[in-house]
Design a protein around this ligand. Structure first.
Ligand code: S3P
Length: 440
């Protein structure tokens, strides 16, 4: 099977209602926390992508039983202190920064050294950002050039720490939070705003956590945890996956879309806020709160006109996984869009600021980039007539999916390599795309 896909035709005039798979951030957190619970936890609609399957493999290696059948996953938690640590354990986080970084916090009490490895993309990413704060608990971390492989030497005498998370990274914050529940005493985290799924889970489970929200940062205090209740969870859909179909609708003519049961947690809806500023009408219907998370159906219509945006950087963390697709939308807007303070964007599965600008340039859009910003000179009339080849992008799933949406909305003949990349986060992406193609 060739690992490349070719698109030659645009999509327009659709009216669709779709379902998107479960949220990746919540799925991975659910696996980790359920493995530490006392008793059996059940999840429905768990995302069955490679990143989550790697999380399940990881807890299985630690002696946790997992039964994954149909749309239900059961994890037989062993309790805090219940992992079977043994010699020469290797955990493969594959492509997942979330798994690799969060589990580093979970494993700070290991009684034998554990090695964490990952794929080519993950092995280029920064792990010092978690090793540094986690080592203050009293465990030791040996990195290779600030990256994977990482060897964790745990400690049974973990002391609480004070940590200032200043990148707006939920992975760093959550990694330290998972460490904190194993350390005696009160850990204090001052964290720049980022997605708060770990906080909501800890609160829902009534773990000893205290959160004070300030304008630009949150103050989180956590005490040692002795017992965690099992957690049954019906996982809502991932807005970061839905974002590609929101973009498809915004960039297509005369189209409408409803995405059912999406997690619209306020820390995740940067894309909605940015698109509203660009003149797109997106409504949240049937809003409800579920285990602290906000869930709604999303309704979006293709706008008549799309205007440029000067994106305030306080929206960056809530849209961090959506910038590639937002840049693509800005390519069609009237005027010059500006996005700044995007240092974290080059820390992803691929250097995404670089890839975002590369795709737009291949499309014939003028962009000006610095090391952490991009100016996009939108062209509402753009019609691509040439052949575009997208390859060698470290198999970043979001580069692949953004290129597919570009092909379906701007025209031209697109040859997009490494379609397997979608297995990490959104294995059914092309199936859903096909359902749009077959409508007319
Ligand atoms: C995630 C946090 C974000 C995001 C990633 C998932 C999480 O990363 O990009 O896809 O689940 O905590 P950072 O925390 O590194 O910004």
């Amino acid at each position: 099977m060739p690992n490349k896909i070719v698109f030659k035709k645009k999509i327009s005039n659709f009216s669709k209602k779709i379902l998107i798979p479960g949220d990746k951030s919540i799925s991975i957190r659910w696996v980790l926390i359920s493995s530490l619970a006392n008793g059996v936890s059940t999840a429905k609609n768990l995302l069955l992508s490679e990143d989550v399957l790697a999380s399940i493999e990881a807890v299985k290696k630690l002696g946790v039983k997992v039964v994954n059948k149909k749309n239900t996953c059961k994890i037989y938690g062993v309790g805090i202190g219940g992992y079977k640590y043994k010699k020469n354990l290797i955990i493969n986080a594959k492509n997942s920064g979330t798994l690799g970084r969060l589990i580093a916090g979970v494993l700070i009490d290991t009684s034998f050294p554990i090695k964490i490895i990952g794929d080519r993309s993950l092995s280029k990413r920064d792990f010092a950002r978690v090793a540094k704060p986690l080592s203050k608990f009293g465990a030791t971390f040996k990195l290779t050039n600030n990256s994977l492989p990482l060897i964790i030497n745990g400690s049974q005498k973990l002391k609480p720490i004070r940590y200032h998370e200043n990148k707006g990274s939920a992975q760093c914050k959550s990694s330290v939070m998972f460490g904190a529940i194993k350390a005696s005493g009160k850990t204090i985290i001052k964290a720049k705003k980022s997605r708060n799924h770990t906080e909501l889970l800890f609160k829902h489970l009534k773990l000893p956590i205290y959160i004070k929200k300030n304008k630009n940062f949150d103050l989180i205090k956590i005490q040692k945890v002795n017992k965690i209740k099992p957690l049954n969870y019906n996982i809502p859909s991932d807005i970061s996956s839905g974002a590609f179909f929101i973009a498809l609708t915004v960039l297509s003519k005369k189209s409408k879309l409803i995405i059912k049961n999406v997690n619209v947690n306020p820390t995740r809806i940067g894309i909605i806020e940015i698109l509203r500023r660009m003149g797109v009408k997106i409504s949240t219907l049937k809003k409800k709160v579920y285990k602290g998370e906000t869930i709604a159906d999303l309704f979006v219509k293709s706008p008549k006109n799309l205007r440029s945006v000067n994106c305030p950087s306080n929206l960056n963390s809530g849209a961090i996984d959506e910038f590639l697709i937002i840049f693509l939308i800005a390519a069609k807007a009237k005027g010059i869009s500006t996005f700044t303070n995007l240092d974290e964007l080059n820390q992803k599965e691929s250097p995404r600021l670089k890839w975002g600008s590369k795709i737009l340039k291949m499309m014939g859009i003028k962009v000006i980039t610095t090391k952490n910003s991009i100016k996009i000179f939108g062209n509402p009339e753009l019609e691509i007539k040439k052949k575009i080849i997208v390859q060698k992008y470290l198999k970043d799933h979001r580069v692949f999916m953004t290129s597919v949406i570009a092909a379906l909305t701007f025209g031209g003949e697109w040859h997009i390599h490494d379609k397997d990349s979608i297995k990490t986060s959104f294995p059914s992406f092309l199936k859903i795309v096909n359902a749009f193609k077959n409508e007319k």
